[in-house]
Design a protein around this ligand. Structure first.
Ligand code: G3P
Ligand code: CA
Length: 375
């Protein structure tokens, strides 16, 4: 079943008190998106085209760009010598050969490596082992990308220039990273629009006012981002659990007896409607133009979390004058479910599939683009 609530979910939602969402919106989602220069619905390529190529590498970002994604998404970290780069995990084990190159430091956080050291790592071969059906010889030896390099990729196709959707990842590990990011975006000319407006002659969102969106799970980092870049759109990411919304149940995954984390998260929900609303109000009051809630995926894979995009949740968020960009869904059944629930954009690992769903099918296939780029 998709696009509608199950009976139990509906009862749950009503029992949480979302049935009375409040006053009419001060600005509609469509008006807000236009004002901010953000496509609606937005196609946000999560760590690039990361279903088809190793996440956060040049291959993943070039394919996402050339497919026509609106945004290249990245998780921002800072090397020991101060270079900003893209990496999701806080250590290098899952997505590089750090255990071979630096066995004694394999568990160290990525920020304890210099950029020269990080650049020695192979950030592609793990993908070939994990996903043999999508493996390519050209992925072997792919490198971790600096922010500068991702910016160059975003600027590199004259026919389509995506924007950047940048998350301050674990910002407590990187004091001052918000100011560093501002300096670098400013230096590269990315804090002002490049001139053209969204429209027929535009070559992509990367030319307009909404060319950068900043995202974080942490309210303190949102405050810093707002201080450093007050005119750049920001999203507060939403999550139920540690450092996020207080959950209704305090039972841990280990105590729950659930077979997978996804099954556990599927049963997690905010403590009550007031807890959900508090996070929406905080997002607004701290300067965000929207929220990035988690989604429960039909396949319950390892990126399936609590369902924070129920229709009445999205309505409440819209009524408070905010957009909703949901993370992270990849299948048409879930694209339909979250769009029917009212979201304004989707983080996806499968930009090609989402573009097809929106009838913005790319001219070239993923495999053609990978070949064109020598992968
Ligand atoms: O940034 C949106 C989404 O990516 C947040 O979760 O863990 O995939 O970075 P994560
Ligand atoms: Ca992210």
């Amino acid at each position: 079943m998709h696009g509608t609530f199950t009976k139990s979910a509906l009862l749950l939602t009503l029992s949480m008190g979302f049935g009375h969402a409040g006053a009419a919106p001060s600005i509609s989602p469509a008006e807000l998106a236009t004002k901010e220069g953000i496509p609606r619905p937005a196609v946000i390529a999560h760590q690039g085209a990361s279903f088809d190529a190793p996440e956060s590498t040049a291959a993943a970002y070039k394919v996402a760009r050339d497919l026509g994604a609106d945004y290249l998404e990245l998780d921002l970290q800072r090397s020991k010598d101060g270079v900003l780069f893209a990496l999701h995990d806080d250590n290098l084990q899952r997505t590089t050969d750090v255990a071979t190159k630096f066995p004694e430091r394999k568990n160290s956080p990525a920020n304890e490596f210099t950029m020269a050291e990080l650049k020695t790592l192979d950030a592609g071969s793990w993908f070939n082992s994990a996903y043999p059906e999508r493996a390519r010889p050209g992925f072997v030896g792919l490198k971790i990308q600096t922010l500068d390099e991702v910016i160059k990729i975003a600027e590199g196709n004259p026919q389509h220039k995506p924007g950047l959707y940048i998350e301050t990842k674990e910002p407590k590990l990187f004091p001052g990273i918000e100011a560093d990011l501002k300096d670098q975006l400013q230096d590269k000319g990315w804090l002002s629009s490049a001139g053209s407006k969204l429209g027929k002659s535009n070559t992509g969102v990367g030319q307009g006012k909404g060319r950068v969106i900043l995202q974080t799970f942490e309210k303190d980092s949102l405050k810093e981002l707002q201080k450093e870049m007050p005119n750049t759109p920001k999203i507060l990411l939403l999550w139920v659990g540690e450092d996020g919304m207080e959950p209704k149940s305090k039972v841990t995954f280990a105590e729950s007896g659930e077979p997978t984390k996804a099954a556990y998260y599927a049963k997690q929900e905010p403590k009550d409607a007031a807890e959900f609303e508090k996070w929406i109000d905080d997002a607004k009051n701290l300067g965000a133009i929207g929220t990035g809630p988690s989604a429960q995926r039909t396949d319950l894979n390892d990126q399936s979390y609590s369902d924070l995009v129920k229709p009445e949740m999205n309505k409440l968020t819209h009524d408070k004058g905010l957009l909703v960009h949901v993370y992270t869904v990849d299948e048409p059944v879930d694209f339909k479910k979250v769009m029917d629930a009212g979201v304004d954009g989707i983080f996806t690992n499968r930009a090609a599939e989402l573009l097809k769903y929106y009838r913005r099918a790319p001219a070239s296939s993923v495999s053609q683009l990978l070949e064109d780029h020598g992968y």
